[in-house]
Design a protein around this ligand. Structure first.
Ligand SMILES: [Fe+2]
Ligand SMILES: [Fe+2]
Length: 320
């Protein structure tokens, strides 16, 4: 059993542990937020989410019931109104779920999703894309994302959790950082030769093997299966959402041959085909599951909690 607030704090710290940024960069970000907070006045100060002063992941939040003790978490990729209602139904039948973790953010954690995109600057520069280019690209894409999510119905899911009195948190970038660092190290070590080999290498990971069952396995979305993978960049695994089409041009100029992502938008695929860049999409649900599993393995070592996997999430334990 663990208090949701304490569990959330643990998840944030583990997310920082696997973050592509140096800790000093994260400390600077939090320091800036503290300074800005001091200057706030009136409603903006009163309504400020003080968790932001300690937690750099605006998409990894307690949504409802931080003071509640949780023993059994239902965990899914998308835990929305229908899943919360389903859980209430299951509880009527005696499942005793007392906490919910959704990977994809909801409520204010979705409304501020664009705020986490800055970490992609460090992912890109790690792969040799000049920091000036990375900053320009990430800045313009995150302002686009911000405008896109602004009109959403953000109070809907939080209110549902409140009405059902069900503890709820989101665990997005903290988990995706784990998937990113795992896949980066794994592919760097395996050095697959062709795109075909790259796909086979990814399929060695249990979450991706599971994904075959649902026809959502890794796929080549640009390039030929006999193409050499060359320099592989795990560029679409963490940092909120994808970078759109512009990333392809930067890859051409920086010598990255193959982009590995959880999923890729249509425009990005078209651009990649035009520029002879390879795109391998590892698969969305298995990639999200991988990140969730790696962080929950650590959580289950520390806390006595049970996990009920659902909504596109496949539980695989690694430390038994
Ligand atoms: Fe994700
Ligand atoms: Fe996702």
């Amino acid at each position: 059993m663990v208090k949701l607030e304490e569990f959330h704090e643990f998840i944030v710290q583990e997310g920082i542990e696997k973050d592509p940024r140096d800790r000093s960069r994260i400390d600077d970000l939090l320091e800036d937020r503290k300074e800005n907070f001091e200057d706030l006045e009136g409603a903006r100060k009163e309504m400020f989410d003080v968790d932001r002063l300690e937690n750099p992941f605006d998409d990894t939040k307690v949504i409802y019931g931080g003071d509640k003790d949780v023993e059994r978490f239902a965990v899914g990729v998308d835990m929305e109104v229908q899943e919360l209602v389903l859980l209430d139904r299951l509880n009527e039948k005696g499942r005793d779920v007392d906490g919910v973790i959704t990977h994809h953010p909801t409520g204010r954690a979705l409304a501020k999703l664009h705020e986490v995109m800055g970490l992609q600057i460090d992912v890109l520069s790690e792969y040799g894309i000049p920091v000036s280019q990375a900053e320009g690209m990430v800045r313009s894409r995150s302002s686009e994302v911000k405008k896109g999510i602004h009109p959403g119905n953000h109070p809907r899911v939080p209110k549902t959790a409140e009405l059902l009195d069900m503890a709820l948190m989101t665990m997005h970038t903290a988990a995706d950082n784990h998937a990113y660092s795992y896949m980066k190290d794994y592919l760097d070590e395996e050095e697959p030769d062709t795109l075909n080999d790259l796909i086979d290498t990814i399929l060695e990971v249990p979450e991706y093997r599971w994904s075959l069952k649902y026809g959502m396995e890794p796929q080549i979305h640009a390039g030929d299966d006999k193409n050499r993978a060359g320099k592989v960049g795990v560029l679409g695994f963490t940092g909120g959402t994808d970078l759109g089409d512009d990333i392809i041009e930067k890859m051409v100029n920086s010598g990255i041959d193959t982009l590995v992502a959880m999923h890729a938008p249509k425009g990005q695929i078209e651009k990649a085909e035009e520029k002879n860049i390879n795109i391998v999409t590892a698969g969305h649900m298995p990639s999200d599951s991988l990140g969730i599993n790696l962080i929950l393995d650590k959580a289950q070592q520390k806390y006595d909690i049970e996990i009920l996997p659902m909504s596109g999430y496949k539980r695989v334990k690694r430390n038994e």
